[in-house]
Design a protein. Structure first.
Length: 588
């Protein structure tokens, strides 16, 4: 350790205006400064993730007691140290002027060893940072084994390198004709304009809508957005509150009249406009609104003499490739005190690199991992019994399915509950409520895919506070594919509607929401002159009881029999006349 360097370790970031000024001054003076290095960013992370991350803030002071170094790290529940901002910042680094970097890094590693921390993981560290060489040199001196690999290649747009026609300042960006046509198409709701919210008073009223749109957009593409988690939403809220004080936040919207077609939560810091978290209205996907917004932001940045770079950040999305004219690599560094863990990390990385070189090999590896996970999950519930059951089903299988028609009076419905049609907004709300319930998330992803197909309609039973209690879908009965029978089924008459894919989240079970939802849904269908039906496996006693209590009457049974792969369906769908709709209504 440099004898003239004094290191102070803090276990939380104090709300200190002086420290804020000194920290940010240092963040602005390092080579290639980033908004991710600021006091505000670290404080926002602490406020949002303090329950799971335990800050280790190292402040280094020189002989004149000036702040000459900052390392914002954290200890996780496993005792490993990492950058405090590793899961939120696209770039993370030790802060100091180049002449102090080696001393700061060495002092921090020495203190980490004194704290009993055996493993350090530093991700998103810029590959061109002086910290990389400093870590390599200081690690063995402090009992760590160093290993680094490429983490990401970040796409950047250097504005001075953009092509321009002679005598014109406006850059020639890709797909200009497509962008023009798309913006014309989206302008039917009103003239297209780009709005930038930079103050907290401007950002606060629209932040929730941005998060909701982001969650819905991810569902539309078969993924779960990180904004489904309350901690991430709190982080963006606190970050916006703090960064807006310095004018570094820019929440941009591409508007058509009063409708937001596309959004971007980003930053303008020093000479860089950072593309951080975009989203757009999935209903406008065919017009590429996100691409159009990025095009307009680059055009705007190119006309600002104070900006030199538009950094597109982490992620290898295809649309970025159309603009990129420079890249910046980040590295993933592990420091292990154990030789076994060190070499295991190297072997794991080399093996995964070899596997990814061949798409077929990678697909096979993914299949093996998924299969092993399934077997391990079943093993916990009794592997032998599960295996015997699967073997028996492969030889002989008999499945019976009851079909019910709604004929009775619906269950007495609470005025506090109602049916809400399912759209991306509703699914986004439900995702945020059940983000820690993996089976329900899987259901919601399936529901989002079904919305894209548009062949059926979904509804949710909600309470007065907007909590989702149960989900149910309806579609045409005739030709409905029933997985229990591995076959499509015929309807008794053309106006029959089938209720299917009902789901109650685990923490809402045991309150009768299933019966209430299908009963209310049946009433809606019957009011439209249709005949509501539902089915259940005959062995699912709980489902059968719920259906019968909800006012449905058993009509017939179909049975699937399979022997050594040969299948047949026993039973027949009764055919009824169309006039029976009125008769059913009259009996209710």
């Amino acid at each position: 350790m440099n004898p003239t360097l004094r290191l102070v370790l803090l276990n939380e970031i104090p709300e200190d205006a002086t420290l804020r000024l000194r920290w940010d001054a240092l963040a602005s003076s390092v080579p290639r400064p980033q908004v991710f290095y600021t006091y505000e960013w670290a404080l926002a992370v602490q406020r949002a993730y303090g329950a799971v991350l335990h800050p280790l803030i190292f402040l280094a002071y020189d002989e004149s007691e000036s702040l000459c170094g900052v390392a914002a790290l954290a200890r996780n529940e496993e005792g490993k140290a990492s950058f405090l901002c590793a899961t939120t910042g696209d770039y993370c680094d030790f802060l100091s002027l180049p002449e102090h970097r080696g001393a700061v890094v060495s002092a921090v590693l020495s203190e980490l060893r004194k704290q009993g921390i055996d493993d350090v993981v530093l991700t998103n560290l810029p590959g061109d940072s002086e910290t990389v060489a400093a870590l390599r040199q200081a690690s063995p001196q402090n009992g760590y084994r160093y290993f680094a690999r490429t983490a990401y290649v970040c796409a950047q747009v250097v504005l001075a390198k953009l092509p321009r026609k002679p005598g014109q300042s406006k850059p020639q960006l890709p797909r200009r004709k497509m962008v023009r046509h798309s913006m014309n198409a989206m302008s039917r709701g009103g003239e297209i304009r780009i709005d930038h919210a930079t103050s907290w008073d401007e950002v606060q009223p629209i932040l929730a809508q941005f998060a909701e749109t982001h969650v819905g957009r991810f569902l539309h593409t078969g993924r779960i957005s990180n904004l489904a988690r309350s901690e991430r939403r709190l982080f963006l809220q606190e970050l916006a509150r703090l960064l807006s004080e310095s004018g570094w936040l820019v929440l941009s919207r591409m508007m058509s009249g009063s409708h937001a077609c596309a959004w971007h939560y980003g930053f303008r810091f020093q000479d860089t406009w950072f593309w951080y978290q975009p989203t757009f209205d999935s209903d406008l996907e065919k017009y590429s609104p996100g691409f159009c917004l990025l095009t307009k932001l680059i055009e705007e940045a190119a006309g600002d003499s104070g900006l030199k770079i538009v950094d597109l950040g982490l992620g290898a999305e295809e649309y970025k490739d159309r603009f990129v004219n420079e890249t910046r690599e980040t590295v993933y560094v592990t420091l292990c005190s154990s030789a076994v863990r060190h070499y295991r990390e190297i072997v794991r990385y080399r093996a995964s690199t070899l596997v990814k070189m061949n798409p077929n090999t990678e697909a096979a590896a993914r299949w093996l991992v998924k299969s092993f996970s399934r077997v391990r999950a079943h093993a916990s519930a009794g592997a032998i019994g599960w295996g015997i059951g699967k073997l028996r089903e492969a030889i002989w299988l008999k499945t019976g399915v009851f079909f019910y028609e709604f004929t009775g009076t619906p269950i007495g419905n609470s005025s506090a509950s109602q049916l809400r049609p399912l759209d991306l907004k509703a699914l986004a709300d439900a995702t945020s409520q059940y983000v820690d319930d993996q089976p329900t998330l899987d259901y919601l992803l399936r529901a989002a895919a079904r919305l894209r197909n548009g062949t059926s309609g979904g509804f949710a039973l909600t309470d007065s506070e907007g909590r989702f209690l149960h989900f149910v879908w309806a579609t045409a009965f005739d030709g409905f594919y029933l997985s229990e029978l591995n076959a499509k089924v015929d309807a008794p008459s053309p106006e029959c509607v089938m209720l299917f894919d009902c789901w109650t989240p685990a923490r809402q079970r045991g309150h009768g929401y299933y019966g209430r939802a299908i009963s209310m849904m049946a009433e809606v269908i019957r009011d439209k002159g249709k005949r509501p039906w539902i089915f259940s496996a005959r062995t699912n006693i709980a489902s059968v009881r719920g259906i019968e209590k909800a006012g449905f009457e058993k009509r017939y049974l179909l049975t699937r029999q399979r022997l050594l792969g040969l299948q047949r369906i026993k039973g027949k769908t009764p055919v009824t006349e169309v006039t029976s709709v009125e008769e059913v209504s009259a009996r209710a």
